[in-house]
Design a protein around this ligand. Structure first.
Ligand code: DHB
Ligand code: MG
Length: 219
């Protein structure tokens, strides 16, 4: 629907402020661009890393990791001895992520699972400090339910594509299954008494949900 949520020149300005010098990350960005693989990009990557660091995250579960671009940011956030669980349906993407993480010197921090993240996470009771959601959009409501039961109080659920190219504001009659998934995700993330959610409208929108401790929940 919309090519850009944020004005292109403003997005460019934001991007150059945080321009990373990391060689492996830059190579991963080039790989994403060359194949038009939808990575979260450096602005959202930084937001993910900052949020994870702010809550002292040591254990992160990624639902939908692709070739490991988001994994790079979370693996840097968790530090030595920390863990990021990388999940993807595609064994080739999982193997590729492993190669990138090896190259980046992050291998000891990352654990790999091939399969549907909504199934894989059932093997992990948690609690996790951060759960990142970037699976197929029609599965977002299911992913939210699973993440919600596994993120600790004071932790975060971070969800990519919360504005889905602006399709979230299309009339209901024009919404496909993916758009309906994102719309329902946002409604539920805002309505849940145990979550405090804000959508940051950078790139394609990022929903940040703080898991609120019981004594601070709205009644
Ligand atoms: C697209 C973008 C994403 O970030 C994603 O997770 C899936 C698809 C897209 O632009 O099609
Ligand atoms: Mg995405």
């Amino acid at each position: 629907m919309m090519d850009h949520i944020v004005d292109v020149e403003i997005e460019h300005y934001l991007a150059q402020l945080g321009r990373t010098r990391d060689g492996v990350l830059a190579e991963m960005e080039d790989r994403g661009e060359a194949a038009k693989f939808p990575i979260i990009g450096p602005l959202v990557g930084r937001l993910c890393m900052q949020t994870a660091m702010a809550v002292g995250a040591r254990d992160v579960f990624e639902m939908g990791s692709g070739f490991g671009y988001s994994t790079w940011w979370f693996a840097n956030a968790v530090g030595d001895g920390g863990r990021v669980v990388h999940t993807d349906l595609d064994a080739k993407l999982s193997a590729e992520a492993r190669a990138w993480m090896d190259k980046a010197g992050l291998a000891p921090r990352v654990h790999y699972e091939v399969g549907d993240a909504c199934e894989v996470i059932k093997k992990y009771p948690g609690p996790f400090d951060v759960v990142f959601i970037d699976v197929d959009k029609h599965a977002y409501p299911m992913a939210l339910e699973l993440a919600r039961s596994r993120v600790r109080n004071g932790g975060y659920i971070i969800c990519d594509n919360a504005l889905w190219s602006g399709n979230v504001i299309a009339p209901a009659s024009k919404q496909d299954a993916d758009t309906r998934g994102v719309v329902r995700y946002n409604k539920e993330a805002f309505a849940a008494p145990d979550l405090l959610t804000t959508i940051v409208p950078v790139r394609d929108g990022v929903a940040l949900s703080l898991k609120v401790p019981p004594d601070r929940r709205r009644r």
